[in-house]
Design a binder for this molecule. Structure first.
Ligand code: AMP
Length: 446
């Protein structure tokens, strides 16, 4: 697994060990090679090695590669090189599905083209049309746009057209089409010259992408790199957007709703792992914590309980879950979002293994939006929202608050050293057992 998650970029470097391929040897001119050096791009990535020579040869490219593979460089470098040969305004258009991607692409163009004074404009929704119209009036060399907003400008901004465009890039074409931008893309294709070069990049080759390929590319050369960041198909991934203060109550709601399954709940700290385990135990759930402050023996003990199905909920930190053979689980819950997007793949990879299906639900609070966007960017997918009934969730509030309060008290007691170590590692205390008993009785009495 760890190995599988190795970076695409480093594998490119490995592959170059015997006959070192450089940007120069691919045909990139010195000024752009220097820009790569400035960016600390030591060697071309696989997709760059495959596609740059084809593009420099003047051919259309269809690239099957994901974000993270270095694909932006693989189309930006040939475009910039061609721009150097035949300087012209409104030279290239890059269509991309999201605002975030548009800005990232523009940054790479600006960085790679810093030495040659390239001007770019980002044309995306959510930004004032007038400001964009003024930017377009300055005639940048490269426009990076989401299809909807670009069509708006093509239809409504006086004096703006792309009749002399030389390069069209469709980045993440599968996502563009999945987001129902098909009509907009068609409109754009109608108002740009047929005499042009087209690069189409997509993570997957869907029917829609094939159709678009036939409609817009001429004798393209297909280049492909296998991605190591893919999550398996049988994995249903969801997210929940919620205020941070409601994380626990939503967690309990989901655990109840999906009762009968086995779960791993990921937390970012040992303390939170411990706290959540105590809280769930106070609610009568069979939860076991697994974190780095437990000895290896205790960790294995916890894991064995989980494996032997004595416990159906494992609450773990990333560190604790590494290197241990955690069995198949039905549901992975990211109670705390991973700070490193790669950990997301690692976490959700705990389910939907060996052809079985699985679910993952990622909690996204008001503080996690950026991290979450990075995950979506990495996995190249927009995840659906996990449906919950807010009213039903809120009905659990009182019981969860009480369990939280007791968990907190138990945590304080434990850190005070009043409780036995045995119980501490296990996430269980005499008090928690007492509270549990009390709560069970309460539940029965209802
Ligand atoms: P992309 O797949 O185009 O979004 O690129 C992913 C990341 O890889 C970006 O941060 C790039 O700056 C970086 N990158 C692209 N090409 C190279 C390279 N040849 N060497 C090192 N990093 C690179």
């Amino acid at each position: 697994m760890e190995e599988e998650e190795a970076n695409n970029l480093s594998s490119a470097e490995e592959a170059t060990e015997e006959t070192p391929v450089t940007f120069k040897s691919l045909g990139i001119v010195d000024v752009l090679c220097e820009a790569c050096e400035q960016l600390k791009w030591k060697a071309p990535t696989l997709i760059q090695k495959e596609s740059i020579p084809v593009a420099l040869d003047g051919k259309d490219v269809i690239g099957l590669a994901e974000t993270g593979s270095g694909k932006t460089g693989s189309f930006a470098l040939p475009i910039l090189q061609s721009l150097l040969d035949t300087p012209q305004r409104l030279f290239a258009l890059v269509l991309t599905p999201t605002r975030e991607l548009a800005f990232q692409i523009s940054e790479q163009f600006e960085a790679l083209g810093a030495g040659i004074g390239v001007k770019t404009a980002v044309v995306v929704g959510g930004i004032d049309m007038m400001t964009q119209a003024l930017m377009l009036a300055k005639k940048p060399h490269v426009i990076i746009a989401t299809p909807g907003r670009l069509v708006d400008h093509l239809e409504n901004t006086k004096g703006f057209n792309l009749r002399n465009l030389k390069y069209l890039v469709m980045d993440e074409a599968d996502r563009i089409l999945n987001m129902d931008f098909e009509q907009e893309v068609d409109k754009i294709l109608k108002v740009i010259p047929r005499e042009r070069n087209t690069y189409l990049y997509s993570a997957t080759m869907t029917k829609k992408v094939q159709k678009l390929q036939r409609a817009s590319l001429r004798n393209p050369v297909k280049v492909e790199v296998s991605s190591k960041y893919q999550t398996v198909e049988k994995l249903q991934q969801f997210y929940i957007f919620l205020p941070v203060k409601y994380k626990d109550v939503y967690l309990v709601y989901i655990l109840n709703e999906l009762a009968g399954n086995s779960f791993i709940i990921f937390c970012s700290t040992c303390a939170n792992t411990q706290r959540v385990a105590l809280m769930l135990r106070n609610l009568g759930m069979t939860a076991v914590p697994l974190h780095g402050q437990m000895s290896q023996t205790k960790r294995l003990g916890a894991l064995n309980k989980f494996k032997s199905k004595n416990r159906s909920i494992l609450i773990a930190t990333d560190v604790a879950s590494r290197g241990l053979d955690i069995p198949h689980v039905d549901v992975v819950i990211n109670l705390d979002i991973p700070t490193h997007s790669k950990d997301y793949i690692h976490r959700v990879g705990r389910t939907a293994r060996a052809g079985r299906s699985g679910k993952s639900i990622t909690f996204v609070s008001q503080y996690d939006v950026e991290l979450y966007q990075r995950i979506e960017h990495l996995i190249n997918k927009k995840l659906p929202l996990y449906k919950t009934e807010e009213e039903e969730v809120m009905m659990l509030m009182e019981r969860v608050s009480e369990a939280q309060r007791h968990a907190k008290m138990e945590m304080n007691d434990t850190t005070d050293g009043k409780k036995k170590k045995r119980h501490r590692d296990e996430g269980d205390t005499e008090e928690s057992r007492g509270v549990r008993k009390k709560m069970k009785m309460k539940k029965k009495g209802r």
